[in-house]
Design a protein around this ligand. Structure first.
Ligand code: NAD
Length: 473
């Protein structure tokens, strides 16, 4: 039997754009300008691997220059191609607009399987890729600022910074050329967990929304909801542990590259992560049952399904088997446009990627601001605030002739550290962005779901930017 042709990731993004654009009054020409990718640098460069020269294919796409710098992660995967990078760059444009992060969208990709290279070889590839970007003026704190994505992390970002500084010695804001760096190398506390923590805040907000929960027959609040997670990398693992520790959810199944496991009583995510680190696999985790294959977990009955691996995981092929009530898109583009039509008809709530995984770019924005200000958040005010609160607590004790306990006093008189401020800024961003999307969803009567509503929010903000630039009447 021939398989139905699946929509590509880029086609899905563009189809979703077109569908949502009908709910705006933005002129056609401006919509075209917002939709297209402004520039792509496609490169091939040689790297010596062992005693051979290997030609590496790589990209950097800058989708929109309406705000600068452009911003977006760098992906290392053997599936990287120009369309994928353009689709991811487009999502970055809409994502930044939704969470009011003043950047244009970009994305980079290097077509390699990072797990097949040694650390030394990966460093060579990363440094050479960065050099190519510098040569073509595709990187810089005011030009284009990469960050981690699938297959990359703080280590790669540190190599990028070091290469940039080697070429641009003396550039005062050089540290802002890349985000997601290690904390001791101009990074920011809370960046590593940011995407997962943002997913938590976003889903918590949805579950607090009475109308939404009524629609799908679930009780209000995150506590006790059953959850399935696909992918235990940076995003999936932090999403799981934060939602479990702070949201009281029950993770009933997890899917990873090697397969998927199920335990209706709930999997302890931190123990599972430790188990995988030690054994190299989630299979065999005590108390769990192995499912048929890695995609079987997606088809389980659950309250919330969280794809946190890659795009096109829910497609025409498996959409009819999806039984979740909510799908939280922690990954970019996990649902194809065709599959979405079916899910919407089934009444499943999709919390879209361009909102839900925006925690990463939000905290990247904080990191960039920290780099430009050359100072850690909280340094100026922490002690001052703490002393003021202490005086206040002392006064209350005096006036009431009562002593406040040591633990309570500690809590009441604490000045905010960098991590407190980052988390607070992230929470505020996710909560207020969700409210904007929800309000738009309610206001546009015939709109089909939260993705279209999120697009409308993004498109209206971007078109305003163009109007402010005076480019269009
Ligand atoms: P990662 O490389 O840290 O982890 C991805 C994990 O998914 C890996 O453990 C991999 O083994 C697993 N995986 C791959 N294919 C799978 C499959 N078919 N089934 C089950 N598991 C599979 O990547 P990440 O940074 O966590 O990114 C994941 C997704 O989140 C991507 O779509 C990325 O674009 C998106 N995202 C990442 C960030 C970030 O800050 N890292 C920010 C926003 C969005």
């Amino acid at each position: 039997m021939s398989k139905a042709k699946e929509t590509s990731f880029l086609e899905s993004v563009n189809r979703n754009f077109d569908k949502a654009a009908e709910f705006t009054d933005i002129p056609k020409g401006l919509l075209n300008q917002i939709r297209v990718c402004n520039s792509v640098y496609e490169m091939r460069f040689p790297v010596r691997i062992g005693n051979q020269i290997q030609v590496i294919e790589a990209y950097r796409a800058q989708h929109s220059h309406h705000r600068l710098p452009t911003k977006g992660g760098i992906r290392y995967s053997q599936h990287v191609n120009k369309d994928e990078v353009e689709a991811l760059a487009a999502l970055m444009t809409y994502k930044c607009a939704i969470v009011d992060v003043p950047f244009g969208g970009a994305k980079g990709g290097v077509k390699i399987n990072p797990w097949q290279y040694t650390e030394e070889q990966l460093e060579k590839i990363t440094r050479r890729y960065t050099t190519e970007l510098i040569k073509k003026n595709f990187i810089g704190p005011g030009i284009d600022v990469p960050a981690p994505d699938y297959g990359t992390g703080p280590r790669e970002m540190a190599w990028i910074l070091d290469t940039y500084v080697t070429f641009k010695g003396g550039e005062i804001d050089a540290a802002g050329c890349v985000t997601g760096k290690p904390v001791n190398q101009n990074g920011i506390r809370g960046r590593n967990e940011a995407t997962g923590r943002g997913v938590f805040y976003g889903l918590r907000e949805l579950c607090q929304t009475e109308d939404a929960m009524k629609k799908i027959g679930l009780s209000k609040g995150l506590e006790g909801k059953t959850v399935v997670i696909q992918g235990l990398g940076n995003v999936g693992s932090f999403t799981g542990s934060i939602m479990q520790n702070e949201g009281g959810i029950k993770i009933i199944a997890v899917s990873e590259y090697e397969g998927s496991i199920y335990d209706p009583k709930g999997l302890d995510i931190e123990k599972l992560l430790k188990f995988r680190k030690e054994t190299g696999s989630i299979i065999g985790f005590p108390g769990s049952k192995k499912l048929a294959d890695r995609s079987a977990a997606l088809e389980l009955e659950c309250d919330i399904l969280i794809p946190a691996a890659l795009e096109n995981q829910i497609t025409k092929t498996n959409v009819k088997n999806i039984k979740a009530k909510i799908i939280g898109e922690a990954a970019n583009g996990p649902i194809s446009a065709d599959a979405e039509l079916v899910l919407n008809k089934k009444g499943i709530i999709i919390v879209p990627d361009m909102f839900l995984n925006a925690g990463g770019v939000t905290v990247s924005y904080f990191e960039w601001l920290k780099n430009l200000s050359h100072m850690r958040f909280g340094r100026m005010e922490k002690r001052f605030d703490s002393n003021t609160y202490s005086n206040f607590v002392g006064m209350v004790e005096k006036m009431t002739s009562k002593t406040i306990g040591v633990r309570e006093k500690e809590l009441l008189t604490k000045g905010a550290d960098e991590i407190d401020l980052v988390r607070s800024g992230l929470e505020e961003t996710m909560v207020s962005s969700f409210q904007q999307i929800w309000e738009t969803y309610k206001r546009k009567k015939k709109i089909d779901g939260l993705r279209s509503a999120a697009f409308v929010v993004a498109l209206e903000k971007i078109s305003n930017d163009y109007a402010n630039l005076g480019i269009f009447p």
